[in-house]
Design a protein around this ligand. Structure first.
Ligand code: ADP
Ligand code: MG
Length: 226
């Protein structure tokens, strides 16, 4: 999803839901644990409406606008999943994600926000996020919201990977615009989900690594799938 407005808001993750198998929920997907893998089921419009209404009660004042927003979110998610299917993506960059019908199956990882808070060396995790993002650029895609504490994870091998397939873009011009606007500087993960020390480390690291020059030097379009 191209996340120009929503990235600055708190991602709508709901953990601790009534179903014991649910380990996460964003606006686009509800995530169920299945052993070492997860199954991500697309949220119905009614689920998206409920999550939007719960996260910002002022949204309910404009139900027409809310309905439009929910339909836009579902449409952009479906388009992002179709784009993902249409390209060849190195599985190790996306937690071995596979599209099965309307569902995504993926390795279970530790969401990066949790990994950062548990780690003795969180700066190294941020460095690994920078390397991963540049690897994604080398392979023709990028996670566009930079809400890395919830849209990326740490594998059991210690690798940082993208988990939110609905936030990926394969369009260099879209990524270029986000980079030139330094979209990370406004994103919720950075403004609300890191302590001051990590925030300042992350801004410096991202500003140094995520430049339009670097994007153009690294980028190679992803091959289309057969
Ligand atoms: N592979 C995974 N392993 C562990 N938790 C996950 C995984 N994928 C998603 N989650 C959890 O579910 C949340 C929502 O998943 P995400 O793919 O970001 O969906 P959305 O597109 O709806 O935001 C994540 O922030 C994370 O907490
Ligand atoms: Mg997400």
């Amino acid at each position: 999803m191209e996340c120009v407005l929503l990235c600055a808001e708190r991602p709508h993750n709901v953990i601790g839901s009534s179903s014991p198998n649910i380990i996460g929920q964003g606006l686009q997907f509800t995530v169920y644990q299945e052993g070492e893998r997860v199954r991500k089921k697309p949220n119905a419009i009614s689920d998206i409406l409920r999550i939007l209404a719960k996260s910002s009660p002022q949204n309910v004042v404009n139900p027409l606008g809310l309905g439009r927003e929910a339909r836009r979110i579902a449409r952009e998610r479906d388009a992002a999943v179709a784009e993902f299917k249409a390209h060849v993506v190195k599985p190790e960059l996306v937690a071995n994600a596979e599209v099965r019908g309307r569902t995504i199956v993926q390795d279970k990882v530790v969401p990066l926000g949790k990994a950062l808070s548990l780690s003795d060396s969180p700066h190294e995790i941020l460095d690994a996020f920078v390397r991963l993002t540049r690897d994604c650029w080398r392979n023709g895609f990028s996670e566009t919201s930079f809400n890395f504490t919830v849209n990326h994870g740490l594998t059991s091998d210690g690798a940082v990977v993208v988990i939110d397939i609905g936030e990926i873009s394969f369009a260099r011009d879209v990524v270029q615009r986000h980079v030139s606007e330094r979209i990370w500087s406004r994103c919720w993960s950075l403004t609300n989900d890191l302590n001051a020390d990590l925030r300042s480390y992350a801004v410096d690291a991202f500003d140094a690594a995520f430049t339009v020059e670097a994007l153009n030097a690294f980028w190679a379009d992803a091959p289309l799938s057969g």
